[in-house]
Design a protein around this ligand. Structure first.
Ligand code: SF4
Ligand code: MG
Length: 336
């Protein structure tokens, strides 16, 4: 099967007054039709920049440099003119954001906004689009959709607004949906409901999803493959099974320890990863995680870790796992 999306050696950097920021560096991954892929990492790790690069929504002036390829159905989006991208956005690739209020139009009813999408992307007439808007609201779990379709965004709660955003996205019938922290602004119960909805829709509608989150727990139920990003690069990638049951990178270990476990026998304290994500203006030498890594060795401070292929789908960039790395060695940050 050919991938729907094939990102090859993507690099995005920005010129700032203080110097060049390499926000995304040498990132490669594929998304196959009908597959949900999770991208996880702390804020500033490059996951949103990757998503915005795919959508060509990076507008930050002045200096922006993009390299590599973003092949969507075999053609490179980085080479497409903006007029093509306008058609691709919405029709083929849609995005939902953390705060749906910024994406919804406050002066149009929810029904009008869904109907507009249907008219534009699915060539429906006005009356048919309005009827379908009610059905889409029902599909995303809005109660009394016949009444609610006439409401304005401010009459919806945060969770309902995110459901309405998902309905608008579905109205576009995209091949690829990019969800950038879609539940982060919601409280925990509503988060769980939206995640369950996305999982349900993904199974029903067989679209591809890139699900971006700082929370591995949110990704767990939805994605079959997971990419862990740190400091603009991929630290580890594998199937959900690999990442949750045999993670190989100390950063992934840290992320997993900070996820609450439903099966924990006793109350456990959630661990946090000590320290701060690196300043991408002057990232650390060697492995960018070394200042925070409890397992860091001397080689980690000097040489960027080569990729170790654990299985065909599971790869990691960490000297601990590399067959030719010097070991065992003194851990420079000491045991924690
Ligand atoms: Fe830690 Fe070294 Fe592995 Fe980086 S390469 S994650 S510093 S052990
Ligand atoms: Mg972000």
């Amino acid at each position: 099967m050919n991938p729907l999306l094939d990102v090859q050696e993507l690099a995005v950097s920005f010129d700032t007054h203080a110097g060049e920021v390499k926000a995304v560096n040498s990132v490669s991954f594929q998304v196959f039709p009908g597959e949900a892929v999770g991208i996880v990492g702390e804020s500033g790790c490059g996951k949103s920049v990757t998503a915005h690069a795919i959508m060509q929504l990076i507008t930050t002036p002045p200096g922006k440099y993009m390299n590599g390829k973003i092949l969507f159905e075999g053609t490179d989006l980085l080479q497409r003119p903006e007029t093509d991208m306008e058609r691709i956005r919405g029709n083929d690739i849609s995005m939902i954001f953390q705060d749906p209020m910024t994406a919804l139009n406050p002066v149009l009813t929810i029904g009008m906004q869904i109907a507009e999408s249907l008219q534009l992307h699915q060539n429906m007439n006005k009356a048919a689009a309005y009827t379908q808007a009610v059905e889409l609201l029902r599909l995303v779990g809005i109660p009394s959709p016949e009444q609610r379709v006439k409401n304005y965004p401010h009459q919806f709660s945060g969770g309902m607004r995110q459901r309405a955003m998902i309905a608008i996205t579905l109205a576009c019938n995209p091949k690829l949906l990019i969800a950038d922290e879609p539940t982060t602004a919601l409280d925990v119960t509503i988060q769980a409901q939206i995640l369950a909805l996305m999982k349900d829709l993904q199974a029903k509608l067989t679209m591809s999803i890139i699900f971006i989150s700082h929370d591995l727990g949110a990704i767990a139920g939805i994605c079959s493959r997971v990419i862990v990003m740190y400091a603009g690069k991929i630290a580890e990638a594998g199937t959900a099974e690999d990442i949750f049951h045999s993670p190989q990178h100390p950063y992934t270990w840290g992320l997993l320890k900070s996820v609450p476990r439903m099966d924990a026998k006793q109350k456990q304290r959630l661990a946090v990863i000590e320290g701060q994500p690196p300043d991408l203006l002057c990232p650390p030498t060697g492995c960018p995680f070394h200042p925070r890594c409890p397992h860091a060795m001397h080689i980690c401070t000097e040489v960027y870790p080569e990729t170790t292929q654990i299985t065909q789908l599971h790869s990691v960039k960490c000297w601990l796992q590399h067959p030719s790395a010097p070991k065992p060695e003194v851990q420079i940050n000491g045991p924690k």
